[in-house]
Design a protein around this ligand. Structure first.
Ligand code: KG4
Ligand code: ZN
Length: 347
């Protein structure tokens, strides 16, 4: 049995978690996790301010680590491996987590392991009570990424399709901003959309019939802007309708392309991960479409959809367990603000 501490600091949440890696090969277990969201701090600026993010991670990371250890009834000396998010993300923010992890590792004489943030999201459904089994198709939808992947095992990821411009979360966030909603726009737009008519406005479904599995969301925000301008003073009374129409357009493209990917890959299992995976309409439509086709869908627990430390500790545990990687004691850390997921594939 090994205890793995995971630290996430790639963007605007500081996350720390402790995971137990059983010696018998069974699935790693989450013992405790702590999260500090910087949303309230960045809200005044309408988006993430990188320098403020880094400084706040510095303030939060050690108190959160202490709290997580206390919650798990563990001591610092019980930690066997310290994992951290090595990328992709904001360079300064990543450096805080990497620095803290390597300093802890060096002080304890324990090895450290840098983890790919998207692999964390991808494997986060393994933390839920209804954990998936390999192989599956994954829809990874976050603020910076939109990818369809074939996942055959830990480290065995093949990209089937991805966005050629904006990510799905970005489409939510940018459209929300145009509607005057506060950061982060995705959940705000989804909330507003609940009271709106999704058919009120005809918005484009980019690349829906492109024949491949790629996405494009950049044109959608322009269409939303055009509609908002057209409405002028009437925007206030039609805001919920425009929000609902925007959400419907994003979700329809995501659902149709995902179903196509599952069908083309000949799979019966789908995993949805990343912040946009928290979207209720997306979950409802995927659940319904997959139930009709006999496809099992797995999501991370709702509170583990957005960034957190548990997914980083879990990804580290699963990489170690599968023999994909070993933690090391060099402590010469570097971070990778841009880091394609396929570069860590072993298949
Ligand atoms: O995975 P995540 O926490 O961070 C990244 O790695 O990017 O994803 C954040 C993204 C943001 O764009 C946010 O607006 C979006 O996920 N998001 C949502 C919802 N909750 C978070 N988008 C739509 N509906 C939601 N309920
Ligand atoms: Zn993320």
């Amino acid at each position: 049995m090994q205890l793995i501490l995971g630290i996430e600091s790639s963007c605007d949440e500081t996350g720390v978690a402790l995971v137990r890696l059983p010696a018998d090969g069974s699935l790693p277990q989450l013992l405790a996790h702590g999260l500090h969201s910087q949303i309230a701090m960045h809200r005044a600026y309408g988006g993430v301010v990188p320098e403020l993010a880094s400084r706040d991670h510095i303030r939060r990371v050690l108190p959160l680590t202490r709290q997580v250890l206390e919650d798990a009834g563990a001591a610092l000396s019980d930690i066997d491996v310290v994992a951290f998010t090595r990328g992709p993300g904001l360079a300064g923010a990543l450096l805080v987590g990497a620095g803290a992890a390597c300093a802890l590792g060096a002080a304890l004489g324990k090895p450290v392991l840098g983890i790919h943030h998207l692999e964390g999201h991808l494997l986060s459904p393994f933390l839920s009570a209804d954990a998936p089994q390999f192989p599956f198709v994954a829809l990874l939808v976050s603020g910076g990424h939109t990818q369809l992947m074939r996942v055959d095992g830990v480290g065995q990821y093949a990209i089937l399709g991805e966005t050629i411009d904006d990510a799905a979360g970005e489409a939510f966030d940018k459209s929300a901003k145009l509607l005057g909603l506060p950061y982060p726009g995705g959940p705000e737009l989804a909330r507003l959309a609940q009271g709106g008519n999704p058919q009120a406005f005809k918005l484009p479904r980019p690349l829906l019939h492109s024949g491949d599995l790629d996405f494009s969301f950049a044109g959608l925000k322009t269409a939303v802007l055009t509609q908002a301008k057209k409405l002028g003073d009437d925007l206030a009374t039609h805001k919920a309708d425009l929000a609902a129409s925007t959400q419907a357009a994003i979700v329809e493209v995501l659902v149709k392309k995902t179903l196509k990917a599952v069908q083309q890959a000949g799979m019966q299992r789908l995993v949805v991960a990343g912040g946009v995976g928290a979207n209720r309409l997306l979950r409802e439509q995927l659940d319904e479409a997959c139930a009709q086709r006999g496809i099992r869908v797995h999501y991370p627990e709702l509170h583990l959809c957005t960034d957190n430390g548990a997914m980083i500790a879990m990804a580290a545990a699963m990489r170690l367990q599968s023999g994909q990687q070993q933690a090391d004691c060099s402590y010469a850390f570097d971070v990778k603000p841009r880091w394609p997921l396929d570069s860590i594939c072993t298949a």
